[in-house]
Design a protein around this ligand. Sequence first.
Ligand code: BES
Ligand code: MG
Ligand code: ZN
Length: 489
Amino acid sequence: MLNFKTGDLCKLKADAIIIPVCEDSEIHDNSTVISIINHTGTAKEFKGAKDDELTLFDLPAVKTPRIIFLGLGKIKKIDSESLRAFCGKSVKKCIGKKLGEILIVVPSATKLDNEMQIIIESMMEGAFLGNHLFDKYKKDKKNSPLKKVAFFVEPQILKKFSGLPSRVEIFCSGTILAREWVSIPSNDKIPEQLAKDMAASAGKESLKVKIFDEQKLKRLGFGAMLAVASGSSNNPRLLILEYAPKGAKKTIAFVGKGITFDSGGINLKPSGSLEDMKMDMSGAAAVAATLISAAKIKPEARIIGAIPIVENMLSGDATRPGDIVTSYDGKTIEINNTDAEGRLILADAISYVIKEYKPDILIDVATLTGACVVALGEKIAGLFSPDDELAEKIIQSAKKTGERCWRMPLPEDYREYLKSEFADISNMSSSKWGGAITATLFLSEFIKDTRWAHIDIAGPAYTKKGTDYCGPGGTGFGVRLLCDLIQKL
Ligand code: BES
Ligand code: MG
Ligand code: ZN
């Protein structure tokens, strides 16, 4: 879908050429591009202010019939995220106009005072991600994605970065795979089905795949996970994906929360909080898609993806508040709130991964708490880790991919809120406040001495209305971040 074009812009043929224009600075140095931009001089309403738009048709000597000038705003405000947004919006506009192939002009790196690699990568990411439509469930498909998006650059840049389009496609396809899993409604992704679908995609990349069914989980003693599953007629699964290159010296494990629907259980959620709970498997989607994308670039480390998949429902068989269960590692847990189910399935999956695979680093990704959304809003994930070096690397990757993470504290004295009178630990904090922190402290009880980070993606995993480069539904948050991180660890 993505590629480069170079040469004489006037002679290139597409359905539209998109030219980014800045309001306070010239950002191009190709003379043809500059002379085409000069045609906007007569249109007073177009200044290049952010989101300004002007389309000119059939310019003399230009082969492409439609030139769309789009404002980038002030040069100081341009960064990788605004370039991603710019290209996402450009693609969405052209999808709306029913176009098929477009050409986006890349600004000059010296003029933007940024590295060319970062500029092109961000622009390609925005275009590729903005081109995804989730319309599986629509009878009439009003729009179709663009077939081709080319980026106009100078010949030496094309040469230097010729491998970039396919790399961007690998990682962004992972994001889109995760988005689709998240957006699929819960009736079409009961645990058995989701495990199968993820296994099928993973199998294509020759990852090793294991699926544990309910009997196996019972035999192995996944008591906390099974307690969450007990209220649903759809049985749980544990999916394990493994990428194991020869001679690997390190093992990185990812664990993703896979609640295919979170009703809250007997602690039933109120309406208004239930509607989007198909998204409560976004951590699982991010982990599965990360392994699938990572396998394509063949990193050196062994990578494990552990994905507990459960539906949290209520019935006569459901776990009751106050019930005590025994987790995989033997600790007893008093389940004082059946809506705090994510930490239960994660605890067992984490214990299992640590025992069986002895990872050097373990990172779990989960839509764990509403409290994290209260703290950081819908666009920023909460990052928790006792390990400064690991946390710093995650924050660096997050900055690069635009999947923002903010480090949160793990105060030791908050642990007392998890005390239970009857069991080893309670899944529910006795304090009303700091829920994202106490949830993480609960997980930390199962980590032993493994290097570990927890990313709470309850906010950014899902968007009701869509963003500049994402339609409504799952965002695929975390996939590009984790893929980048793998290359840094
Ligand atoms: N799946 C929710 C967290 C969530 C909330 C995700 C909003 C996305 C958007 C989680 O299982 C949950 O219900 N957490 C409870 C924990 C509480 C009962 C301690 C919460 O955050 O209210
Ligand atoms: Mg819940
Ligand atoms: Zn949940």
